[in-house]
Design a protein around this ligand. Structure first.
Ligand code: NZQ
Ligand code: ZN
Length: 391
């Protein structure tokens, strides 16, 4: 196992009714709050009213940035920063999925930066500090509730890029699985695919001796596989929703990547982000389409052992079969599982054709210093082949 520094600072309040801590938690940091939320699901579900009542009863003033898009835009970030400066906001409270939380994180960092916040995403400027934020999660998927990263889209330049800094990690997150009962089947499926993809990104690494992390990864994968289907069939199944919710946070909060080296880089997310940048598709859907094709593309004599581990430990494939048979069956099972959740297998199904594949492949490598990922570094041709195989 390689050296690592453990730091997962976000305090988690997990479970039914945990919203009761909200007032006291916010008051540790501020009293003028910016609520950041999406297109209105929190109003339909009643979470908005619940939060506002708590703020009022605690004499906490609040302002609102509503309408954050799935694949949050830099324009929303700019708007949020403006409100924070004009109103002297001292705490940011996103309520929603990864999009609202990511938008809030970059508002929090941009507040202290004089230039345009897009500079952070194109690495023209570095985040130095951020306003404190706390998250109320309503969709299990990205893990943004417990990590320090954010992904923001610029529709003018067709770019979807990420930024991260320890100061952007939520001070606390409230994870009430009942808040996810209303997540539609399609978003539940995309969320499960996203969580599984985060686990895969760490699991498929070249570090062989991080045994513990890989067994933890397998436990999380099994949790997603067991409960993903149940959550879709029975949206109000608390056991399923709670297991998936906690898996979403643990998949990306750092635990699984520790011990795998500082140069360890993700693969399929970089390829997917170009799809969302060009076509504004749901992140988890793009990942579900790409992942099995990425697996098939990178599989070789050097790494087949990892696919054997995956096939035997996750899918229960007979270990006496030959390595490549196990590996290929495991990849087929991955595709079948995503399909069983109702997720598509091809880019065509989400309206993506050949027209921009070359531009996207070039952007993916350009955004990643020339090669994508570190499990098997991918060149422009590799990325293009994976897109072509996904058509
Ligand atoms: O906008 P509203 O009305 O709230 O509806 C949302 C949205 O349409 C809806 N929704 C959320 N909670 C709901 C609900 N509908 C009914 N009931 C509820 N309880 O779901 C839709 C999707 O929401 P969104 O926040 O966009 O989804 P998700 O959590 O999947 O976030 C996706 C974004 O996060 C980024 C993605 O790239 C994408 O931009 N990611 C962030 C990461 C991070 N910060 O670490 C890592 C991820 O890999 C990912 O890249
Ligand atoms: Zn993701």
């Amino acid at each position: 196992m390689l050296n690592f520094n453990y730091s997962i600072p976000t305090k988690i309040f997990f479970g039914d009714g945990q919203i009761e801590v909200l007032g006291n938690e916010i008051k540790k940091y501020g009293s003028k709050v910016l609520l950041v939320y999406g297109k209105g699901s929190i109003k339909k579900t009643g979470i908005y009213d619940e939060v506002v009542n708590i703020l009022k009863s605690n004499n906490i003033e609040y302002w609102e940035l509503a309408g954050v898009d799935p694949n949050p835009r830099i324009t929303s970030v700019r708007e949020g920063i403006k409100i924070c400066r004009e109103e002297g906001i001292d705490f940011i409270l996103p309520i929603g999925g990864g999009s609202s939380i990511d938008c809030a994180k970059v508002i929090a960092a941009g507040y202290y930066y004089e230039g345009d916040p897009w500079d952070f995403l194109i690495k023209k400027a570095k985040v130095e500090k951020a306003l404190p934020l706390g998250a109320i999660l309503t969709l299990s998927a990205t893990g943004s509730e417990m990590d320090a990263g954010a992904v923001i889209t610029n529709m003018e330049t067709n770019q979807k890029l990420s930024v991260g800094h320890p100061s952007m990690a939520p001070k606390f997150s409230i994870l009430d699985p009942t808040y996810t009962f209303t997540v539609p089947k399609s978003q539940t499926a995309a969320g499960v695919a996203d969580i599984m993809s985060h686990i895969f990104e760490s699991y498929f690494s070249r570090t062989k001796e991080a045994y513990l992390q890989d067994r933890m990864a397998e436990a999380l994968l099994k949790t997603c596989i067991k409960y993903g289907k149940i959550a879709i069939d029975e949206p109000e199944n608390y056991e399923a929703r709670s297991n998936i919710m906690w898996a979403s946070s643990l998949a990306i909060n750092g635990l699984l990547g520790y011990g795998k080296g500082k140069d360890f880089r993700w693969s399929v997310h970089a390829i997917e982000h170009e799809l969302s940048a060009y076509y504004d598709i749901t992140h988890g859907v793009g990942l579900a389409i790409l992942y099995p094709n990425w697996m098939r593309h990178v599989l070789d004599d050097e790494n087949v052992y990892k696919f054997v581990e995956y096939g035997v430990n996750i899918w229960g494939i007979d270990e006496n079969k030959s390595d490549y048979v196990i590996a290929n069956e495991a990849i087929d099972k991955t595709r079948e599982y995503f399909n069983s959740l109702g997720l598509p297998s091809t880019l065509k199904e989400v309206g993506i054709g050949k027209e921009n594949l070359e531009k996207m492949a070039k952007a993916a490598v350009d955004h990643n210093k020339g090669t994508v990922g570190s499990f098997k570094p991918l060149t422009y041709e590799d990325v293009l082949n994976i897109y072509m195989a996904s058509l």
